[in-house]
Design a protein around this ligand. Structure first.
Ligand code: ZN
Length: 455
């Protein structure tokens, strides 16, 4: 993928006439934006976003070793995908899951490990071959055909971030449905077109648009209709993330409570890490996710136990790095995020403010570098880059270095507002007040502010 895509939101009112592949509406469609040489239009009938013409891409050849490393060490959202599926996997049940476009196969491995289900996947790209070999999964390295064996059905058919690459969505849903048991559930995610707007962070936009690879960004209305036409009349939609999450079934869907899923994910990550070849890219990626998940859930002892020095670089040299290849030659691809989480553990759990400030400063530099050299895969780093700077300021303030803390905050204030996560704004303003009030010594007010922040 080119590293410097240009995105132009349309003000020229350009339009084109073609049939919407999602709802078959044939009216004129307004152009929403251009990205490089491609145009994206909005269907006036169903609000899906459609590239015209469609790009075409050879997925069997579409993988670089670096792409797989980035996916395994950093970008695959193992916990999110596993949680999406576990919501329809009852405790103690016996079942079978099929993943169409399973990538490396983390979702299959998680459900197999956590629920003991039988797992199988289709994946035409090299991700499938790598996952089959390294996770020991039953992955067929091909596109899924219509089910040739009507007696071989699955309780869950999972399909994450695939349908937005497809040219004929109705035919594709027929394939998914052909594998589904009578009371089975399709779990599907695809980018939410409502997230495409000029205020969305560039890295998020690029991931949603994936110019040259995506074809249609489905509105929930359009995809719900397509599910119904495929005989799946019970559809539930969750739009809380950048990708819409759909559950579709012939029968009413029974959802499990989310209770205890963090424990299940940690159990999976520990088990998978213990099976992975020590020192491998897979081991690094699993260790990073275990470390991060433990901190996210406040399980600091598990975080301490799972930390390994390969996950943090407190004094990174970044000035001589100008490509992802160079970056990957020096660090694991999770290094920006894992250094951030190391800094947060030092700040929140150990109260080692000097060491925390150093790690968070390093995390800011590493995030900025990853965003510079590979914006399309740097969504997490784009979210963390100013969180790191803010927590660096907080750590400095707590170690009594008021002037340095203030200059770290000043660096954030110089940024465009769109780059700084909104939920940081109140904290930044309050920290500024605290620093001003606490000079020259840390007073009781800032100490209680610090405690409140992390409760
Ligand atoms: Zn439409």
């Amino acid at each position: 993928m080119p590293e410097n895509n240009t995105i132009d939101f349309d003000r020229a009112l350009a339009a084109a006439e073609f049939v919407c592949p999602a709802c078959r509406d044939s009216n004129l469609k307004a152009r929403v934006l251009r990205v490089d040489a491609m145009s994206l239009y909005r269907c006036g009938q169903c609000a899906s976003l459609i590239y015209d013409p469609f790009p075409s891409i050879d997925y069997t050849a579409h993988t670089s070793p670096l792409g797989i490393r980035n996916y395994v060490e950093m970008s695959a959202s193992i916990d999110t995908v596993a949680r999406n599926i576990l919501r329809v996997v009852p405790d103690g049940s016996i079942g079978r899951i099929l993943d169409i476009g399973c990538g490396f196969g983390f979702a299959l491995d998680a459900v197999r490990t956590i629920a003991g289900w039988e797992a199988m996947g289709f994946e035409p790209s090299q991700y499938g071959g790598s996952g089959r070999d390294q996770l020991g999964l039953d992955i067929i390295r091909d596109f899924a055909p219509l089910n040739p064996n009507p007696h071989c059905l699955y309780n869950v058919v999972h399909c994450s971030e695939v349908i937005e690459h497809i040219h004929d969505p109705a035919a594709f849903l027929a394939i998914l449905t052909s594998y589904l048991s009578e009371d089975g559930v399709i779990v599907l995610t695809t980018p939410n077109p409502e997230r495409i707007n000029p205020t969305t962070a560039r890295s998020t936009l690029l991931a949603l648009l994936s110019p040259g690879a995506h074809t249609i960004l489905f509105s929930d209305e359009a995809l719900t209709r397509l599910f119904e036409e495929a005989g799946l009349t019970f559809v539930a939609v969750d739009k809380s993330a950048d990708s819409t999450l759909f559950y579709a079934s012939r029968r009413p869907i029974e959802f499990q409570t989310a209770e205890g899923w963090q424990g299940k994910i940690l159990f999976y990550l520990k088990a998978a890490l213990s099976r992975a070849q020590p020192g491998s890219s897979l081991a690094v990626g699993l260790r990073y996710r275990l470390f991060r998940a433990a901190i996210d859930h406040g399980m600091y002892e598990i975080a301490e136990q799972s930390f390994d020095p390969i996950l943090a670089d407190a004094r990174p040299r970044v000035d001589d790095i100008s490509s992802l290849t160079q970056f990957a030659g020096r660090w694991p691809l999770c290094i920006a995020a894992s250094t951030y989480y190391r800094g947060m553990l030092l700040l929140i759990h150990r109260g080692d403010y000097m060491d925390a400030a150093e790690h968070l400063h390093a995390a800011h530099l590493l995030c900025a570098k990853k965003i510079e050299i590979d914006p399309a895969t740097a969504g997490v780093e784009a979210d963390l880059v100013w969180r790191a700077k803010y927590h660096e300021a907080l750590s400095l303030e707590n170690s009594g270095q008021h002037r340095k803390a203030m200059s770290a905050l000043d660096a954030i204030d110089g940024r465009r507002l769109a780059e700084v996560p909104q939920d940081l704004e109140a904290g930044i303003a309050e920290l500024r007040k605290t620093i001003e009030a606490s000079q020259p010594v840390l007073n009781a007010a800032s100490a209680s502010f610090f405690r409140n922040l992390h409760n």
